[in-house]
Every structure is written in structure tokens, then in C-alpha cells.
Design a protein around this ligand. Structure first.
Ligand SMILES: Nc1nc2c(ncn2[C@@H]2O[C@H](COP(=O)(O)OP(=O)(O)OP(=O)(O)O)[C@@H](O)[C@H]2O)c(=O)[nH]1
Ligand SMILES: [Mg+2]
Length: 336
């Protein structure tokens, strides 16, 4: 289990509950050290993050993933080949471990080549939905085992980044690098309007704001989505500094420069500020909904509230597994 996952269940009793008044303390106890313990444990276990990129061929999905993680996570399609390969939608994933300052991130990127490339794109999202549900099913099948792995391998998609071409919605066929600020804002407003009209709820949703701080931060993000981003996996020398950017006839477009594009907003959202929240929402909301549906539809279980039927509590504590069993589990984990 993820060390930093907090249950947002309304029934969970938090220490800030009004019914549990704080107890006056006579001196320093050292409770704060639990934060260090969590950190050490999290560093040992590492993190998993699964991201899916969706959008038409040649939109820069692979380049963007490489730009986000400053690694060659995915190889770009060579420019001459873009659009020349007849593609049907087949999902494929790559996994890499990225390490920064001792923190290990097991990153899985799922690509969806061929999405929206056909003349008839009817149901082109079906393979994507199937894939997402298959990962939930895998997790559920492992979770409901009586003897289950201590750390269930998590292949569930935590985040889906959808790429919108900068040429659509009545704009001239230019790259996002060449849009004026006014064109960019109009484009953004047009897409926000389309999302609202079609009731497409994008992350971070208002209903998941936990407190005023979340609301302030997330409202800013909601105002700016969709981000106008530029991806690049080459560095250029600008004012004596190596920066990631794209060389154009107007000069270098720096990906990390907010005056040039909004890549920093996307990077901050996905990695620096909301990575754990994306994982929590996947687990506590989306997977939970899937789990409840699947368990409720199971013929073996009575439906509705109170359907969980536990055997009467034993009078003596259940026997703990013998050493051989514990060892087997430990071995299973080591091969994860
Ligand atoms: N002008 C411009 N070109 C980009 C940008 N991002 C990527 N490219 C270029 O666009 C081409 C396609 O980039 P990819 O990252 O392979 O695009 P993709 O969406 O992964 O393509 P498929 O894997 O074929 O679906 C490459 O030549 C990239 O260098 C960008 O932000 N601006
Ligand atoms: Mg690609």
C-alpha cells in the first residue's frame, strides 16, 4: 500500500474531529517525528505513478512525457514517419524507474497510438475505457484474495493527459508557439466553453477540494486549463544557460519559461503539487466506484447497504500465519 495514502472516507475518525478535543500536553513528546518515519518509509518503498497520454498522432505526446520527466521515457516517432503508419488503436505501456535525490519513482506511461486518426472515430475510446477497467479488475482480483500480496502491484491509470491540437476550433493551422497571447486566451476560453457544454469534468474537480487552500490553488488551475504547452527534449544555450526548448525562426521557445508557454503549470500539476492527490482520487473515488459495482453485482453477495456479511467475531484471536507463509509473501514482494 502507498505509504502516504489517506482515506477520505467520511466515517474515518480524524484527530481534528470536533468530538475529540485536543488533550493538553505537559511537554515535548516527539509526535512530529512520525513525519520523518513516513518519509523514510516512503523513500524505501518508492512511488508508482501511471500516466496515460491520449491524442492524435504527431501531437507531441511522447515528447511531452520526455519533457515532463527529463528522460527518454518514450522515443519520438521520426518526423518523416508521422502519419504514414496505418494505425489502429492499440495501447502499449512502458515502465521506467526514475530516481531523483534518493526518491524512486516507478513511472508507467501508456500510449494510445492511433486515437482519433480514423475517418470514423466512433467508439475509439472503447479500448481506452477497457484498459482502465482491466487495471481496476486486476487490482480488485488481488485485493479480494484471502492471502494477498502486502503491496499490490498498481497498474491503475492515475492520470490521463488529453492532447488537443492547436489547430482546431477555427484557428489558423499554426503551432501553439506562434499563437499570440490573445489567440491563446480565446482558444482556451473556447475549449473551456466546449467542455462545459458537453459536461466534461476535468481534474481538479471542485467537489474534491478538501479545504480553502485546495480551493484557492485548484481554482487557479481550473481557470488556466487547458494548458498551452510546448514539448522539447533538446537543450539550447540561452544567456549562457542550457535550457530545454525548440528552435524556431523567431528564436528559442523555452519550455520552462512561463512567458513562452504553460509547460510549468502542467509539470507542477502532474508532479510537484498533485501527483499524490491524483493517486488518492484514483484509489478512493474511481477504483472505489468500480469495486463497489463489481462486488454488488456479484451473485454470491447480497446487494445493497449492509451487504457485507462477516462471520461472527471469533472469541480467541485468529491464528497468525506461520513463518513459512510470511517468508513466501516476502519473496513475492521481492519480485515485484
Ligand atoms: N512545433 C512543435 N513540435 C513538437 C512539439 N512537441 C513535439 N513536436 C514534434 O512533433 C513530432 C511528433 O512528436 P511526438 O512526440 O512523436 O508525437 P506523438 O504524439 O507521440 O506521435 P505518435 O506517437 O505518432 O502518436 C516530433 O518531430 C516532435 O519533435 C511542440 O510542442 N511543438
Ligand atoms: Mg508517440
Amino acid at each position: 500500500m502507498d505509504p502516504l495514502r489517506w482515506s477520505s472516507s467520511p466515517s474515518s475518525s480524524g484527530t481534528s474531529s470536533p468530538r475529540t478535543p485536543p488533550c493538553e500536553m505537559l511537554g515535548y513528546v516527539g509526535i512530529e517525528a512520525v513525519l520523518d518515519q513516513l518519509k523514510i518509509k516512503a523513500m524505501k518503498m518508492g512511488f508508482e505513478f501511471n500516466i496515460m497520454v491520449v491524442g492524435q498522432s504527431g501531437l507531441g505526446k511522447s515528447t511531452m512525457v520526455n519533457t515532463l520527466f527529463k528522460s527518454k521515457v518514450w522515443k519520438s516517432t521520426p518526423p518523416g514517419l508521422v502519419g504514414t503508419i496505418a494505425q489502429t488503436l492499440q495501447l502499449h505501456s512502458v515502465t521506467h524507474v526514475i530516481e531523483e535525490k534518493g526518491v524512486k519513482l516507478k513511472l508507467t506511461v501508456t500510449d494510445t497510438p492511433g486515437f482519433g486518426d480514423q475517418i470514423n472515430n466512433d467508439k475509439c475510446w472503447d479500448p481506452i475505457l477497457n484498459y482502465i477497467n482491466e487495471q481496476y479488475e486486476k487490482y480488485l482480483q488481488e485485493e479480494i484474495l484471502i492471502t494477498r500480496q502486502r503491496r499490490i502491484p498498481d497498474t491503475r491509470v492515475h492520470c490521463c493527459v488529453y492532447f488537443v491540437p492547436p489547430t482546431g476550433h477555427c484557428l489558423r493551422p499554426l503551432d501553439i508557439e506562434f499563437l499570440t497571447i490573445e489567440e491563446r486566451e480565446n482558444f482556451r476560453r473556447q475549449i473551456q466553453h466546449d467542455l462545459k457544454t458537453h459536461c466534461i469534468d476535468v481534474y481538479p474537480q471542485k467537489c474534491f477540494d478538501d479545504d480553502i487552500n485546495d480551493r484557492i490553488l485548484n481554482s487557479k488551475i481550473r481557470e488556466r486549463i487547458p494548458f498551452a504547452v510546448v514539448g522539447a527534449d533538446r537543450e539550447h544555450l540561452v544567456n549562457g544557460k542550457c535550457v530545454l526548448g525548440r528552435k524556431t525562426k523567431w528564436g528559442i521557445v523555452e519550455v520552462e519559461n512561463m512567458a513562452h508557454c504553460e509547460f510549468p503549470l502542467l509539470r507542477d500539476l502532474l508532479i510537484r503539487s498533485h501527483l499524490q492527490d491524483l493517486k488518492d482520487i484514483t484509489h478512493n473515488v474511481h477504483y472505489e466506484n468500480y469495486r463497489v459495482c463489481r462486488l454488488n453485482e456479484s451473485d454470491a453477495l447480497p446487494r445493497g447497504p449492509g451487504w457485507v456479511k462477516l462471520a461472527p467475531a471469533p472469541t480467541s484471536p485468529p491464528a497468525t500465519p506461520g513463518p513459512s507463509k510470511v517468508r513466501r509473501r516476502t519473496q513475492d514482494n521481492s519480485t515485484e
